[in-house]
Design a protein around this ligand. Structure first.
Ligand code: HEC
Length: 176
């Protein structure tokens, strides 16, 4: 009786392990990433100035990039088309619910560049060239009154731009 139970358990294990093998054969896990694929994810442009690509651009040139690629969702002046697509204006100190935008909330201009480069336009992320990202980042900063229209934004000066809400955060990164 006992022996029979062990044998049928063994038979069950063998059957189920072959099931696993079969199902693994059916799972399509895709193909390995190439070095080039990986580079498409290696996009961190940090507030310390690291990770920026070569290139530069002004808000003057960024207007055309913005009008074609961004205005449909963010409005022609950054006023947005929904609550979470407003990227200009806002008051973080407001007594009502504060409106968080690039101008009112974001602490680093480098993060604006980084975010646009990896995530925008929302329907076609990473479709802009690095030059276009510099240009359109300059335009978004210009619309928020943070830089001049003719300022040539580049890897050196982007991290030095002081954002209106730069001091609105408490650094608790030292607490694990
Ligand atoms: C198809 C619509 C769409 C297009 C086109 C688009 N965006 Fe966005 N964008 C969004 C949405 C939706 C969000 C909010 C995403 C979220 O909160 O996670 C957003 C967020 C952002 C933010 C962050 C706003 C904030 O304060 O949190 C920035 C900056 C931005 N977009 C810039 C751009 C730029 C520059 C372009 C053009 C190159 C662009 N977007 C094109 C839909 C779009």
């Amino acid at each position: 009786m006992y022996k029979k139970a062990v044998l049928s358990l063994l038979a069950f294990c063998l059957a189920s392990s072959s099931l696993v093998v079969n199902s693994q054969e059916k799972v399509r896990l895709g193909s390995p990433l190439s070095q080039e694929d990986l580079e498409g994810f290696d996009l961190i442009a940090a507030p310390d100035g690291s990770g920026f690509p070569a290139g530069s651009g002004t808000a003057q040139d960024g207007k055309a990039v913005y009008d074609i690629n961004c205005a449909v969702c963010h409005g022609i002046n950054g006023e947005g088309t929904t609550n979470n697509t407003v990227i200009v204006g806002g008051d973080i100190q407001s007594e009502g619910p504060p409106l968080r935008t690039v101008g009112s909330y974001w602490p680093y201009a480098s993060t604006v560049f980084d975010f646009i480069r990896r995530a925008m336009p929302a329907t076609a992320p990473k479709s802009l060239t690095d030059k276009q990202v510099y240009q359109v980042t300059a335009y978004v900063l210009f619309m928020n009154g943070i830089i001049q229209e003719e300022m040539e934004l580049n890897a050196d000066n982007l991290p030095t731009i002081k954002m209106p809400n730069a001091d609105g955060f408490i650094d608790r990164s030292h607490i694990q």
